[in-house]
Write a protein that binds this ligand. Structure first.
Ligand code: SF4
Length: 103
């Protein structure tokens, strides 16, 4: 992925690290793998991987995730071509009960 210096205001995930308990549910629920756990807290790996739709918000047990508007790099739409949706769905099945999955 190329490094892009252009930034503009758009909606993107934000993490309240005080509320995060490091359960990893958001990491497993993100189709673009924009989140990871670091030192027991959720962290946005790369602004360009977050589409700002917030599928991770639904699975967070502590309401540590929210969407905010801030100046960040553009979403990399090419990432959509790289998603293995079968693997993503299997990951959701492994980690969540059916009633917990909001697609
Ligand atoms: S789902 Fe919520 S509590 Fe769990 S790691 Fe992600 S942000 Fe933290």
């Amino acid at each position: 992925m190329e490094v892009c210096e252009l930034k503009r205001k758009r909606m993107i995930i934000a993490i309240d690290v005080e509320k995060c308990i490091g359960c990893g549910r958001c990491v497993n629920s993100c189709p673009t793998q924009a989140l990871k756990l670091e030192n027991g807290k959720a962290k946005l790996v790369d602004e360009r991987l977050c589409d700002g739709f917030g599928s991770c918000i639904a699975v967070c047990p502590t309401n540590a995730l929210y969407i905010e508007e801030r100046e960040v790099e553009e979403f990399d739409w090419n990432i959509l071509n790289k998603i293995d949706f079968e693997e993503f769905l299997n990951r959701l099945r492994r980690h969540y009960q059916p009633e917990e999955v909001v697609l």
